[in-house]
Design a protein around this ligand. Structure first.
Ligand code: HEC
Ligand code: HEC
Ligand code: HEC
Ligand code: HEC
Ligand code: HEC
Ligand code: HEC
Ligand code: HEC
Length: 369
């Protein structure tokens, strides 16, 4: 497959043409002023317990339920573990059990003769979950994970090729220092400084500062009525820059190409899939991740929610006088994503992902890429 034909935006000529064609539109789809943060009160009454919520209450409230806020959890009050105090499974000759009692969770594996029991240190994931364990000053990714679809334990995605030969290997996969840094940097905040793991300052999940760097300084200054240090606005990025920003963790197109990652295992890397689609025009805000997703909110599962996003380019009504419109669908007028963004089962993943390579597909068509 030639990269430039799969991703027209990546070809220089297409990029120049497209930027000339849509340059005039830049900015026209910016969020209206009504979307500005609700300033619940004036900054004139700074209290010791000032927080982002003092001034951005709407964002803070919705973000408290967002998946990225809970990308990592500490044992103690995890809803999955609390409601499943006794999880067990047998894989080959090993029996696993995850027990939760009085706010403490342990992970055990036994081969019948010997048993290894370790405390669960960090819980990764809000839907499925994988545990990170510590043994002899090394970190391990648990060999089994919890999957909501099975309502039970199964082999951790990515580990299905490993056949454990001893109890430690059966417990988990030892993670290198480099991989550990990345895991904690994508799922938590304040856990990495340069190339050092700083677990003493770890805050589980992504907090505001993780995406809005400088926000804490802004809060401190805002308390003294100083608004000269606002964090950089993330609203002004082009679709391509948004894709790269989200791709820090959801993986960029460049990362996937550089690593020669191919096949359905990589369907979960939405920035790469989306940028491979003919729909992707790097400076058209209608195809930005933010056109379809608000990072402060829960993911919308209703296909109809996304129709207006597609119709902004493929519909009859121009969103603005100068907007370039593209061909309409000869087949249907609603639920566009149900046919054009098919669900793809991740090998060994126990959950489907949504293919962001928007395209015409027919049953039995091979998976592209
Ligand atoms: C005392 C009030 C106050 C507090 C506390 C505060 N902010 Fe703000 N913030 C503002 C005001 C006012 C603006 C400018 C609003 C505008 O541009 O409409 C702003 C702007 C921002 C922006 C830029 C929005 C944009 O797109 O231009 C971000 C991001 C932000 N704040 C995040 C935070 C975070 C995160 C915290 C907590 C760590 C926080 N703020 C605490 C008042 C506050
Ligand atoms: C610092 C890393 C990081 C960045 C940056 C980031 N994400 Fe995420 N995102 C995650 C992680 C980790 C999860 C998994 C949360 C979970 O399910 O435990 C996630 C989950 C999500 C989900 C929910 C998926 C689901 O199945 O519920 C959406 C939607 C999402 N991210 C969109 C975005 C968008 C859009 C951006 C860019 C504006 C972005 N993310 C930037 C790390 C990140
Ligand atoms: C480059 C950033 C990155 C790294 C490194 C990373 N993750 Fe993730 N992880 C994500 C993102 C983004 C998602 C959400 C989308 C997805 O599932 O791919 C996610 C999803 C997950 C999920 C599924 C969440 C759910 O709700 O179903 C688990 C479990 C998980 N990661 C565990 C780990 C563990 C354990 C490590 C390290 C051994 C790790 N991740 C390393 C970014 C990362
Ligand atoms: C995963 C990354 C991410 C996290 C975490 C995050 N934001 Fe944002 N935030 C964004 C992006 C991207 C935008 C631009 C949204 C747009 O253009 O639609 C934004 C916009 C904003 C804005 C201005 C626009 C608006 O919606 O009012 C404010 C204020 C803000 N964020 C505050 C916060 C606060 C407070 C938190 C923590 C409670 C937070 N953000 C957490 C990515 C993030
Ligand atoms: C044109 C709309 C659209 C755009 C643009 C878009 N998404 Fe999505 N996204 C969807 C739909 C539809 C779903 C599936 C929702 C459902 O049914 O659960 C989804 C699901 C997701 C999920 C959940 C995991 C999965 O794959 O099912 C993540 C994470 C995500 N998107 C991230 C992103 C990121 C990052 C970008 C930008 C690179 C992006 N999306 C751009 C429509 C879009
Ligand atoms: C930024 C504008 C834009 C948005 C938003 C957009 N598209 Fe497209 N789409 C295009 C362009 C440009 C093409 C390629 C040129 C053409 O065929 O007219 C295209 C092509 C397509 C094709 C034909 C692809 C092929 O395989 O030949 C389908 C199907 C499609 N889009 C569906 C959708 C759906 C469904 C959505 C919403 C989830 C969507 N598009 C959102 C611009 C967009
Ligand atoms: C029931 C499945 C289904 C739904 C729902 C659906 N489409 Fe299609 N769409 C198709 C098929 C099949 C084709 C290919 C038709 C052909 O080649 O004759 C197609 C073709 C297209 C094309 C390419 C048109 C061309 O002339 O090249 C676009 C763009 C498109 N659809 C956009 C959309 C949008 C936007 C929506 C939602 C409003 C949508 N589709 C809903 C099945 C669907």
């Amino acid at each position: 497959m030639s990269i430039s034909s799969a991703a027209p935006w990546r070809s220089k000529a297409a990029r120049i043409l497209a930027s000339a064609a849509v340059a005039a539109l830049a900015g026209m789809f910016c969020a209206p002023p009504a979307n500005r943060p609700a300033l619940a009160q004036s900054a004139a009454a700074p209290a010791a317990k000032e927080s982002c919520a003092t001034c951005h209450v709407g964002v803070v409230t919705s973000y408290s339920h967002a998946p990225m806020r809970h990308a990592m959890d500490l044992p103690g009050a995890n809803p999955v573990l609390e409601t499943h105090p006794n999880l067990t499974t047998q894989i080959g000759q090993y029996t696993y059990s995850v027990q939760t009692k009085d706010g403490k969770s342990t992970y055990s594996v036994t081969d019948g003769a010997d048993t290894m029991t370790l405390p669960i240190r960090w819980i990764f994931g809000i839907h499925s979950q994988t545990w990170v364990l510590e043994k002899d000053n090394h970190l391990y990714e648990s060999y089994v994970s919890y999957f909501p679809r099975d309502n039970g334990l199964g082999i951790t995605p990515g580990d299905t090729k490993i056949t454990p030969t001893n109890l430690t290997e059966a417990m988990g996969r030892k993670i290198s220092t480099w991989e550990t840094l990345q895991c904690f940097d994508c799922h938590a905040s304040g856990a990495v400084s340069g190339v050092k793991l700083t677990l003493d300052t770890l805050r589980p999940g992504l907090d505001c500062e993780r995406c809005h760097s400088g926000a804490n300084q802004h809060m401190a200054d805002a308390q003294h009525d100083n608004y000269s240090t606002l964090p950089k606005s993330l609203k002004k990025m082009t679709s391509e820059d948004v894709s790269t920003f989200c791709g820090q963790c959801h993986r960029t197109w460049d990362t996937v190409m550089r690593n020669h990652w191919k096949g359905p295992a990589f369907v979960r890397f939405q920035p790469y899939r989306l940028e491979s689609s003919k729909c992707f025009i790097g400076n058209d805000p209608r195809i930005s991740c933010l056109a379809c997703h608000n990072p402060h909110e829960q993911l919308k599962h209703d296909a109809a929610f996304y129709d207006s996003k597609c119709l902004a380019c493929h519909g009859q009504t121009k969103p603005s006088a100068t907007a370039t419109m593209y061909k309409a669908c000869p087949v249907a007028k609603a639920n566009c994503t149900s046919c054009h963004m098919p669900k793809v089962e991740l090998p060994g993943g126990h959950a489907p992902f949504t293919d962001h390579w928007i395209r015409i597909t027919h049953p039995g068509d091979p998976y592209p890429g």
